[in-house]
Design a protein around this ligand. Structure first.
Ligand code: OAD
Length: 248
């Protein structure tokens, strides 16, 4: 593993345009559970019943009670961990340009990254389903669910539910980032949800080096990733940054 960390640090120092694709795994060390695998949210509840747009429209109180309330409480308390801070450091050093994240927790922005594409939207804001008025999720009164706009219609979180399209602008920009980068770090994603999982494939096809950081192998590992550093993102990012700063 030490060799892979050294190799990654060297490669990052020499790169001209670095991007990252992140998933729920990068926020696990901030105490936000992932969706799949041990302790994953979808092991406990069926996403089609609680995270599909039709389920939300049919019974928003049920979706708030079982999924969103819990998410709000966890995200309200979460702070960026060493992996988020490491990516922010890479941006400060002029190495990392853009993060494409599937996460809705805004921890990359809290860590200090300034160019973050929120591929699945964000949970920081609620938007009125009728007049598009916005309301901060941290101010939602959990005793009065679902949160309601002054116009009388209900608010919905600004994240993408199953059954909804990824905003076309975010897809377009992410594809552009994939085509232009010379390294893509793929951190903490199971890479099974499309179209996000296709972004590293595009990057690879246009010549980028794909470096995965994950405690386990994913569908990208064999044919798309150039190498994988197996382990938790926080410690690995700390080691990469320490190596890389020694080269500067
Ligand atoms: P998943 O929950 O599918 O995968 C999390 C990945 O993180 C797994 O591959 C884990 O091995 C890895 N992991 C766990 N702990 C880690 C750690 N400390 N450091 C690094 N990696 C770690 O999450 P996503 O791939 O983000 O979509 O899931 C993609 C989408 O599926 C989500 O955005 C969400 C979900 O349904 C929507 O809600 C639309």
């Amino acid at each position: 593993m030490d060799d892979l960390i050294k190799k990654t640090a060297k490669k990052l120092v020499l790169a001209k345009n670095v991007a990252a694709l992140t998933g729920a795994g990068i926020s696990v060390e901030s105490n936000i559970p992932p969706f799949r695998g041990p302790g994953g949210i979808w092991e406990k509840i069926d996403p089609m019943q609680y995270a599909h747009i039709d389920a939300f429209i049919k019974d928003p109180v049920k979706v708030w009670d079982v999924l969103l309330k819990n998410m709000k409480e966890i995200i309200d308390l979460a702070k960026p961990n060493d992996a988020h801070l490491g990516l922010a450091r890479l941006e400060k050093l002029g190495i990392l340009k853009t993060i494409i994240t599937q996460n809705v927790d805004q921890l990359h922005q809290k860590a200090g990254n300034t160019d973050v594409i929120e591929f699945h939207g964000n949970f920081a804001w609620q938007r009125c389903m009728k007049c598009n008025n916005r309301f901060e999720t941290r101010k939602v009164d959990l005793t009065k669910l679902p949160p309601q706009c002054e116009c009388g219609e209900i608010y919905r979180p600004e994240c993408v539910f199953f059954g909804e399209m990824i905003p076309p602008d975010d897809i377009e920009r992410s594809e552009q980032v994939a085509l232009e980068c010379d390294i893509m770090l793929v951190i903490g994603t199971s890479a099974v949800v499309q179209p996000a999982a296709h972004i590293p494939v595009l990057a690879k096809r246009s010549g980028a080096t794909i470096i995965e950081i994950n405690p386990e192998r994913t569908p990208l590992t064999k044919n798309i990733s150039d190498w994988i550093i197996i382990g938790q993102a926080g410690r690995i990012m700390n080691n990469i940054i320490a190596e890389l700063e020694a080269f500067l």
